[in-house]
Design a protein around this ligand. Structure first.
Ligand code: MN
Length: 197
């Protein structure tokens, strides 16, 4: 991804209207084309004069602080967020290994979904809810404020809900819980399984 030490805006792996009605083309136009683009531009400006300009994005997140961490974290988080989505499915329960891990550790998808939605709806202000896994295969749900990411806790991120208002305000206004209900219909569980490694 770094090209001459600079980071590019990751292209969406689907059409701009592919996630509607759960996530509209207007939301994606602003969320990906404006918000994420700004984070990428700010990251490139902030990193240009630092010794980190040749590092991979994940390593920048691990080593940076201040404005550089905020912008690198937001680019890293959004790349994971947009890559895990696909067109809405009527029945979209987890599949494969992630389904088994969720059943074993959360007692089923419904219970996991309730816990994840609680973490996402009660996160105060801007941030991200994450499902991550530890080196010993323990699943963890965390609330990460602003641009934070579970890699800063030594965890491997698997699935995330962006709960910054810009992620849902166009489609759902202030109703974060409604956004989160629709969120489950557009999760690409194949991508989540790939992240298990
Ligand atoms: Mn966002």
């Amino acid at each position: 991804m770094p090209l001459g030490g600079r980071f590019a805006l990751a292209e969406l792996p689907y059409a701009i209207d592919a996630l509607a009605p759960a996530m509209s083309a207007e939301t994606l136009t602003f969320h990906h084309g404006k918000h994420l683009k700004t984070y990428v531009d700010n990251l490139n400006a902030a990193i240009a004069s630092t010794p980190m300009k040749g590092l991979a994005l994940e390593d920048v997140v691990m080593q940076a602080s201040g404005a550089l961490l905020n912008n690198a974290g937001q680019v890293f988080n959004h790349n994971l967020f947009f890559a895990q989505l696909r067109s809405p499915q009527d029945s979209n329960a987890p599949t494969g290994r992630i389904a088994r891990l969720i059943d074993e550790q959360f007692g089923g998808f419904d219970n996991f979904r309730a816990l994840f939605e609680k973490a996402a709806t009660t996160l105060f202000g801007s941030g991200w809810a994450w499902l991550s896994i530890s080196d010993s295969d323990i699943l963890t749900i965390t609330q990460e404020p602003n641009a934070s990411n579970p890699i800063l806790r030594g965890l491997r991120p698997l699935l995330t809900a962006d709960v910054w208002e810009h992620a849902y305000y166009v489609d759902y206004r202030n109703a974060r819980a409604d956004y989160l209900r629709a969120f489950w219909t557009i999760i690409d569980w194949d991508v989540v399984n790939e992240r298990l490694g």
